[in-house]
Write a protein that binds this ligand. Structure first.
Ligand code: ASP
Length: 322
């Protein structure tokens, strides 16, 4: 089975990223962390393009967090990069539904104040994660959907693209078994956790179907007092079990570690279903990173203030130390 594991050269990495860093506001604590995913893998695949993009995004994000960037800005920037790359099932590379139409979903959550925004069934939005942030910051609502939601988003300046923008060449049809989703979670040096998730949805979805990714508590969740999460996998199960919030609740009320809480949901709850495939990435309030999946693998990567970026698909580290 294909395996990729890679360590960045930390000194070069930090210097390169620092050149791009935004003016930092968060410098209270020396500690920060960032974790990303590029989709769970339910059938063995090999995709060095995804890994390279994830590695570069982590290098940049690590430098920005070190310089004091906010977790919210870093999460949005990472997910936008994945959306623009065309290499993932989101943004430019989003898979089409059964009718051959791309409909994207995304959400972002700020663990500082539990603010959140989401968009669903977007057919022309270039960057769904940015649209989600606009919903959070410029509307009194949490979720905007469909054409009318898109019209409002246009009024607040979101970039729209024609159908030809999407580079999905996969043939739509019931036999498609291709999904993915991207996500990022970051803890900044102010102690704030943010999480974001963005997707083209699940294999051969019926037009109009919405998955877990834009739903707070299902495919995304962040609470500074506990942890932040982004999910990928069979969204219907993540919705039915409110997976992201359930894992946070196990930690908050059940005092479980993030590892045990993820395991209880991914392997205990979803593992009982033949098609309950899925994965989670998370950072707890102490800056510990966990990644876990119940299927074949997960495109993933993380970095902390003490650990340089690494990315992997199958074997390899699944958690930070500590
Ligand atoms: N969770 C996404 C959805 O159900 C798809 C995925 O992550 O692969 O829409």
């Amino acid at each position: 089975m294909y395996r990729h594991f890679c360590l960045a050269a930390p000194v070069f990495a930090l210097a390169t990223a620092a050149a791009h860093a935004q003016t930092g506001q968060c410098t209270q604590s020396p500690h920060f962390a960032v974790v990303v995913h590029g989709g769970e893998i339910s059938q063995p695949v090999r995709d060095n393009g995804r890994l390279a993009i994830m590695q570069a995004a982590l290098v940049r994000a690590r430098g920005e967090l070190a310089a004091g960037a906010s977790s919210l800005d870093v999460v949005e920037e990472i997910v936008r990069t994945f959306e623009d790359s065309g290499n993932f099932n989101t943004g430019k590379g989003a898979i089409a539904d059964r009718a051959g139409i791309v409909e994207t979903d995304a959400a972002i959550m700020d663990g500082n104040g539990l603010r959140a925004g989401g968009v669903a069934s977007m057919t022309a939005v270039k960057n769904p994660i940015h649209a989600a942030r606009l919903v959070m910051e410029k509307s009194p609502h949490v979720l905007m959907v469909g054409d009318r939601g898109q019209t409002w988003l246009q009024s607040v300046g979101v970039d729209l693209v024609p159908p030809s923008y999407f580079n999905n060449t996969r043939k739509p049809g019931a036999n498609n078994v291709e999904h993915g989703t991207v996500g990022a979670v970051a803890l900044d040096r102010c102690g704030h956790i943010a999480a974001g998730t963005s997707t083209g949805g699940y294999d051969a979805k019926i037009p109009g179907r919405v998955g877990d990714s834009p739903l707070v508590g299902d495919g995304v969740y962040a609470n500074d007092a506990v942890a932040g999460f982004s999910a990928t996998g069979h969204g219907e199960y993540f919705i039915r079990f409110n997976i992201a919030k359930d894992v946070a609740d196990r930690m908050l009320y059940g005092h479980q570690t993030m590892h045990d809480a993820m395991q209880a949901d991914l392997k205990g709850l979803l593992g009982r279903f033949k098609d309950g495939d899925g994965a989670l990435i998370g950072i707890d309030r102490n800056g510990h990173v966990e990644t876990m999946w119940n299927s074949v693998g997960l495109f993933r990567g993380f970095a902390t203030d003490t650990e340089p970026p690494l990315v992997a698909e199958y074997e390899g580290p699944t958690a930070s130390n500590p």
